[in-house]
Design a binder for this molecule. Structure first.
Ligand SMILES: Cc1cc2nc3c(=O)[nH]c(=O)nc-3n(C[C@H](O)[C@H](O)[C@H](O)COP(=O)(O)OP(=O)(O)OC[C@H]3O[C@@H](n4cnc5c(N)ncnc54)[C@H](O)[C@@H]3O)c2cc1C
Length: 510
């Protein structure tokens, strides 16, 4: 009530000075003010800004220079028309939440935070390469399916299916997500059949829809499939398919920016710490020595270095997540900080192939995953397919080994889908994803030592479909203090401390 009265007083004062302006002196004495509609809009705009300034909590005054520095983006997504990322933006020296990494995970965190809190939270996303040239999100196939063995993974993918099927309601029509509904077909050998049956039962109990097919039924349903050595297949009937990961990224960024998130073209290269004697020291660290995270040191695209003081930060830096964590002493500090963030980089090859064979799989072909890990899916019409496999190549280079397809993929494809034996390779590319070497599942939630650090990383080969649920989960922890939509407490960093890995047995993961 008090606030309301204050606002009314403020508006009255404002209209008084407007009258003054209208009477001949000051900024109102121009052509624009002679036009009644434009003048009303301008005055209303000013007053609304004042009202907003009153209600929206202000950041503390910046300590350093108040000069603004431009942050620039080299890369502009198609469809991001509401905000021009090439325009300079005020660098935020203070923020509520600093997200490190602007790929699928980081942008999803920003999207959900701004969806829920709007102006109540100042959210800054720092991305070191706005071309996303090396980001996993840029190269992902965009496969979406629920054929996991862990309830958390199944639920996250169900959440994504629901969101993506209704993407126009969330994002509008500007950048279509291109969701193509299509089942996945996960094939297994005799020794894995029982596990596949158990997983399928759980998936259906949780809301997925898939069917188990014996080798005979597989052969009858998919005549192009060689079922030799296959005991069982699990075929998705609903809620599965593939989408365009870059379109999802573009929409997440665009929507978050529209709601006021700030995107900074820069790299987090360090943290500044603050000794907090009032903090109760967590077990495992030295008594009385709690050093909280206070600021991020950011190397900006224009070559300057700035710091941003944050209340909370989120590490969503993909394959670089453990390097960023190390900047915060995670993995190199004492006590609980000895436990590293176990994220490694895993290389994966993709090949676009074409076959004009008369008996090649047609429109009804599901995304098919062989027990060897080789997968293939249709890519539009005209005999085009995308296939891939995990490579064992540890090099940092994103070059594709030209022999890899011939040695590792063609023999498997020729065996499983004989009609594709003579397919032509028309394109190939390689990408790296953040692989959790501890138990291959995502790490989501608060860090057990730092009360103001959250993690959203390590999703291996299923991270883009799970980015929506994981980002939402982080926003719930920050705003509501608990997981609300899906209970992901088994996926927090705590499992590394108490040594309780949580394994996913599905091949879909790889
Ligand atoms: C070939 C391939 C196919 C895939 N197919 C699928 C699929 O079909 N379905 C599926 O669900 N998933 C798939 N994935 C996995 C999926 O792509 C990833 O799990 C997901 O995109 C990870 O998103 P992210 O935001 O964590 O990482 P990224 O997209 O890599 O984003 C992390 C970002 O952090 C930035 N960054 C790093 N360090 C810093 C720093 N210090 N300061 C500022 N910024 C920093 C990086 O520049 C990067 O842009 C695939 C991955 C690959 C490689």
């Amino acid at each position: 009530m008090l606030r309301y009265k204050h606002v009314v007083r403020m508006l009255k004062r404002r209209s008084y000075s407007v009258n003054q302006a209208g009477s001949g002196s000051g900024p109102g004495n121009d052509d624009e003010d002679k036009h009644p509609i434009r003048r009303t809009l301008r005055l209303l705009g000013n007053d609304m800004r004042k009202v907003k300034e009153f209600f929206v909590p202000k950041d503390e005054a910046p300590e350093a220079s108040k000069d603004t520095i431009p942050t620039q983006s080299k890369f502009k997504f198609s469809g991001e028309r509401d905000r021009d990322y090439t325009l300079p933006e005020d660098f935020q020296t203070h923020c509520d939440v600093l997200v490190i990494g602007g790929g699928g995970l980081g942008s999803s965190v920003a999207y959900w935070l701004k969806e829920k809190a709007r102006d109540g939270l100042n959210v800054v996303v720092v991305e070191k390469d706005e071309t996303f040239a090396k980001s996993a999100t840029r190269v992902a196939v965009g496969g979406l399916c629920q054929q996991f063995s862990l309830p958390e993974n199944i639920q996250m993918s169900l959440f994504a299916a629901d969101f993506l099927r209704n993407s126009k309601q969330h994002f509008g029509n500007e950048v279509p997500i291109q969701f193509t509904p299509h089942g996945h077909l996960l094939l297994c050998k005799d020794e894995d059949a029982e596990a596949l049956m158990r997983s399928s039962q759980l998936q259906n109990e949780l809301g997925a829809r898939n069917e188990l097919l014996t080798a005979d039924r597989l052969a009858a349903r998919f005549p192009w499939l060689n079922t030799q050595g296959i005991a069982l297949g699990c075929h998705g009937l609903e809620l599965e398919g593939w989408f365009n990961p870059l379109a999802l990224l573009s929409n997440l960024r665009r929507s978050a920016a529209k709601n006021g998130a700030h995107f900074v073209d820069g790299e987090v290269v360090g943290f500044e710490f603050r000794a907090q004697s009032d903090m109760s020291v967590v077990a495992g660290s030295n008594e009385g020595s709690y050093n909280g995270l206070d600021k991020a040191v950011i190397h900006l695209a224009d070559g300057t270095r700035r710091t941003c003081k944050f209340a909370l930060c989120v590490i969503a830096a993909g394959t670089d997540s453990s390097n960023v964590a190390r900047l915060a002493q995670i993995g190199v500090g004492p006590g609980m900080l000895q436990v590293p963030l176990p994220i490694d980089s895993r290389k994966r090859y993709l090949f676009a192939i074409n076959s004009q064979a008369a008996n090649a799989p047609g429109m009804g072909m599901p995304l098919t995953i062989d027990p060897s890990g080789t997968f293939i899916r249709r890519d539009g019409l005209g005999g085009s397919f995308i296939c891939g496999h995990n490579s064992q190549d540890d090099s940092d280079s994103s070059a594709v080994d030209p022999q890899y397809f011939e040695e590792h993929i063609r023999p498997k494809l020729a065996d499983r889908v004989p009609a594709l034996r003579d397919s032509k390779v028309v394109d190939s590319w390689a990408g790296f994803y953040d692989h959790n070497v501890y138990d291959e599942n995502g790490i989501v939630g608060a860090h057990p030592y730092y009360h103001n650090m959250y993690l959203a990383t390590g999703f291996s080969g299923h991270g883009i479909q799970q980015s929506l649920a994981a980002g939402r989960a982080i926003s719930e922890l920050i705003i509501d203090g608990q997981f609300r939509t899906i209970d992901l407490s088994r996926l927090t960093f705590d499992r590394l401390i108490v040594e309780r890995p949580i394994y996913e047995i599905s091949q879909v993961l790889s």
